[in-house]
Write a protein that binds this ligand. Structure first.
Ligand code: SF4
Length: 861
């Protein structure tokens, strides 16, 4: 007897089902297999998860074997024979590890069949007898392996037994009559028995042809052939198997046809099917009309199968193809694709008072090259939502804007819904940010900006987030994802936090960056130099040039704008308090009108100078002009910038930094400002070794916590057994409750734990990220840009930024590697349960390994 695992009691079915879901001819399976074979880390993980899901689902549905066919890759030059074998071995490994059923190794390539067979037996110890699919009557050599490597075998009946005639490779339309199936089966059966196969280790596949192409009555002949085989007492015990899905090729309602076809085939003696075990049981209810149709074709009573099928197909309702929408022009996408092109972005911030103005901008911009970026309720205020406005702007300006998506008020579902709606209406560019803390209402921050970038990237790849399984909507390939970065941080940990987070965003799928508000050229330069060391030199960065006016400075005095850094010297310059004696005096004598003109000219000049330095000197991709209230101002900046064309950018830098004709302006907003690179005499940075700050005040990672954690959580070590016992009891039982209360008592007092059930402290310097004692925005992948110059949190300035503490702890410990994996969003279904239990059971989401930041980009230890 061949060894197939017994079916559980009460689940005896007449039909042996060979789950076909791992057949790489199925497009979604092929995509996942290719991801696993050739993709990056995320693709590999996504491919693996899907393949694993297919194994699990087919086994859960009761499949007796799992068919694995990777033949499509044999002819793929990017994969080749070695890649194909690697894939086959991997799927066989998974089936052996998670399936608990034998594989059906399916290939038309005898070498691949032998490889699979050897791998299953020799590398995996061959827990069950695999099925080999297939041999043919003229290609029986594989049977010689049977003695050493046991297998059951599928014999294809498509060929005639004969000696070397040209028509050996006959198609099903050429099979003369049912007796040919029978004779071929007998020849295969005899050879298989001689090779050592038991009778029930032989499966015959008569090869089902598509019903819709049956012009010669092959369905009838196939069924008659099956009957002849089953009636032959010499072949008692052998099976007849159908590759079921072929029968319905090209027809509507394929599943109903497959089920009915199988029912009729079983009446003729079929007892096995290669099928989706989740959909086919052999006992499915069948559509009576389709059943009748197939019986009619099988018995040949009707005049013409084709006519019957045409009638059937025409009776099925078909929905008309939806009209195609005209694509919205995409100059931004084109500029991103072309390294030589610059982009000029204009930031529009919807507010109740500015809606008409934005519409006017969009209309006036038609004959310009500005790209709009539309902010998502900046400042956390209840400003008009940007989505519908963006569509209107796109329509009026005849180009796609960049849509901001922030995490403050929308959870992952809402953000993905918004992105999907906008994408399918033709807007493909998104700028993912954590967002300012909302005023009133509930701060959501389900995702942070890194996981939002990743969520968008998964849409682009055609996989779901965060499960990474294939999405029914497929890949949104035109999507482009932007992310924010602020180099304007002057404490070491806060700066490292920004840069490390930028690297994570890039690893998560960001295509471009936009910097936040700042005027310190050395910091702009620092980020670009650091990007080169981090392997990100080719990623376009669009720096924000905020149109600084006295009005904006007055606003800044009244309201806190998170993360905005304006050097004192610059403020004084705009307020007329810094400049040459002559300028300061002259300013005092001006009338209001003259002063306004002067300040506007200064704003335009300074914006143009900064743009010139950034574009020509520091190699930025373009400019994001923000704080503009009229298109005329934007035009004036561009005209001024054009007027600097041909000038050495160093001259612009000298002019930009001049304070009063005697000394340069100081752009560092604090005294002990930290820069990652040393300054040169010209006020710019030198591309030398990275610097480190005085770290004597940093609190290192709690070594006791670290040790305790490893003793309890490292498998089969120390107290891991005790922990497993503590949390391993009955769900409602005393032991687990006591363990949960104990966990709560320990972690609440020590860490401010909120019992989220999905603990990340071991990855985050043993500091809880939840708001009670951690990050007000629950950010899991690095700091927002909102911390103030003292490192105080944007939301609770009296507290040190949580991420500042985490990074200081890691810097003091000399190892930033724990912070580099990408933290997935929390699983809210685990809230208020024991994270110890969830960790032990493996139910917490796994971090995504996105590689390692190059050492050249890491600060010295
Ligand atoms: S703790 Fe840090 S990262 Fe979190 S909200 Fe405050 S400033 Fe932002």
């Amino acid at each position: 007897m061949w060894r197939r695992p017994p079916r559980p009691e009460g689940e005896q079915m007449a039909l042996i089902r060979i789950g076909e879901s791992l057949h790489c001819h199925i497009p979604s399976v092929q995509v996942s297999a290719r991801r696993w074979l050739t993709g990056d880390t995320l693709d590999r993980e996504a491919g693996q998860r899907h393949l694993r899901q297919l194994v699990d689902s087919q086994v859960a549905a009761g499949a007796d074997y799992l068919d694995v066919n990777v033949d499509d890759f044999l002819t793929d030059p990017l994969v080749g024979a070695d890649g194909t074998r690697k894939l086959l071995a991997h799927v066989l490994d998974m089936i052996a590890e998670f399936g608990g059923v034998p594989p059906c190794i399916d290939s038309s390539d005898p070498g691949l069949l032998e490889f699979g067979l050897r791998h299953y037996h020799e590398a995996l110890g061959g827990p069950y007898t695999p099925l080999i699919n297939s041999v043919t009557v003229n290609r029986l050599e594989l049977l010689q392996l049977r003695a050493k490597l046991p297998f059951a075998v599928v014999g294809m009946l498509l060929e005639r037994a004969g000696e070397g005639s040209d028509d050996q490779q006959a198609g099903f339309t050429d099979i003369a009559d049912a007796s040919v199936y029978h004779n071929t089966a007998r020849a295969i059966f005899t050879a298989a028995r001689e090779a050592g196969c038991a009778a029930d280790e032989v499966f015959f596949d008569p090869t089902v042809g598509p019903l819709g192409a049956d012009m010669v009555g092959y369905t009838k002949r196939t069924f008659e052939g099956i009957r002849l085989i089953r009636e032959d007492p010499d072949m008692a015990g052998a099976h007849v198997v159908l590759g079921l899905s072929n029968c319905s090729d090209g027809l509507p309602r394929r599943l109903s046809i497959n089920r009915a076809y199988l029912r009729v085939a079983m009446e003729y003696g079929v007892d096995a099917a290669i099928c989706d075990a989740g959909q086919i049981s052999g006992e499915n209810l069948c559509d009576a009309r389709i059943l009748k149709l197939i019986r009619t074709i099988a018995t040949g009573e009707a005049t013409d199968a084709l006519t019957l099928l045409v009638e059937y197909a025409q009776s099925q309702p078909r929905s008309p193809a939806p009209p195609k929408r005209a694509a919205i022009p995409d100059p931004f996408g084109a500029a991103l694709a072309d390294p030589s092109k610059r982009v000029f972005v204009l930031e529009l911030a919807p507010a109740e008072g500015s809606m008409d103005q934005i519409i006017q901008f969009a209309e006036q911009a038609r004959d310009t090259d500005w790209i709009f970026t539309i902010t998502d309720t900046p400042g956390g205020n209840r400003t008009p939502g940007p989505d519908t406005l963006a569509l209107e702007v796109a329509r009026l300006s005849e180009r796609q804007p960049i849509m901001n998506l922030s995490c403050k008020s929308d959870d992952r579902n809402a953000l993905i819904r918004r992105a999907l709606a906008l994408y399918h209406q033709g807007l493909h560019h998104f700028f993912a940010i954590s967002g300012d803390y909302p005023t009133g209402g509930r701060p959501v921050f389900d995702l942070d900006s890194v996981s939002l970038v990743m969520a968008l990237d998964t849409l682009r790849r055609g996989i779901g987030f965060p499960d990474l399984l294939p999405r029914p909507g497929g890949a949104l390939e035109e999507m482009r994802i932007g992310a924010a970065v602020s180099p304007f941080k002057y404490k070491e940990a806060d700066l490292i936090g920004q840069y490390m987070k930028a690297w994570k965003k890039k690893a998560a799928g960001a295509d471009f960056f936009i910097t936040q508000l700042g005027y310190d050229v050395a910091k702009f330069q620092e980020f670009k130099l650091w990007m080169g060391r981090a392997g990100m030199a080719d990623t376009p960065v669009i720096p924000m040039v905020y149109f600084l006016t006295p009005q904006f400075l007055r606003i800044l005095n009244r309201v806190h704008v998170a993360g905005a850094v304006i050097p004192e010297d610059l403020k004084r310059k705009f307020q007329g308090r810094l400049g040459s004696k002559q300028d300061v005096k002259g300013g005092r004598r001006m009338s209001f009108g003259e002063l306004a003109d002067h300040q506007k000219r200064m704003a335009v000049r300074r914006a143009a100078l900064l743009s010139h330095i950034l574009l020509d000197g520091l190699g930025y991709k373009g400019i994001n002009l923000a704080g503009i209230s009229s298109l005329d101002d934007a035009r004036a900046v561009r005209d001024e910038l054009d007027s600097l064309g041909g000038r050495d950018w160093h001259e612009s830098w000298e002019e930009y930094r001049d304070a009063d004709g005697q000394r340069p302006m100081d752009f560092s907003p604090v005294e002990d400002a930290f820069y990652l690179l040393p300054h040169g005499d010209d006020g710019l940075l030198l591309d030398e070794a990275l610097l480190k700050a005085d770290r004597s005040g940093y609190t290192p990672v709690d070594a006791r916590m670290q040790k305790l954690h490893s003793r309890y959580f490292e498998p089969d070590k120390g107290l891991n057994g005790l922990l497993r016992w503590m949390v391993g009891g009955d769900e409602e039982g005393f032991r687990l409750r006591a363990a949960t209360l104990f966990e709560q008592a320990m972690k609440t007092s020590k860490l401010g734990c909120e019992m989220c059930g999905d603990c990340r402290i071991s990855d985050l310097a043993y500091l809880c990220p939840e708001p009670t004692a951690g990050c007000a925005k629950r950010l899991l992948n690095g700091p927002c840009a909102g911390a103030d110059l003292n490192g105080g949190c944007e939301v609770h300035p009296e507290r040190r930024c949580y991420w500042g503490r985490v990074i200081e702890a890691q810097l003091a410990t000399g190892d930033l590697s724990a912070l580099q994996p990408l933290q997935p969003p929390k699983d809210f279904s685990l809230a208020h349960t024991s994270s110890w239990r969830n960790e032990v059971q493996g139910s917490c989401p796994e971090v995504f390994d996105v590689g390692r930041l190059p050492d050249t980009a890491l600060p010295p230890k």
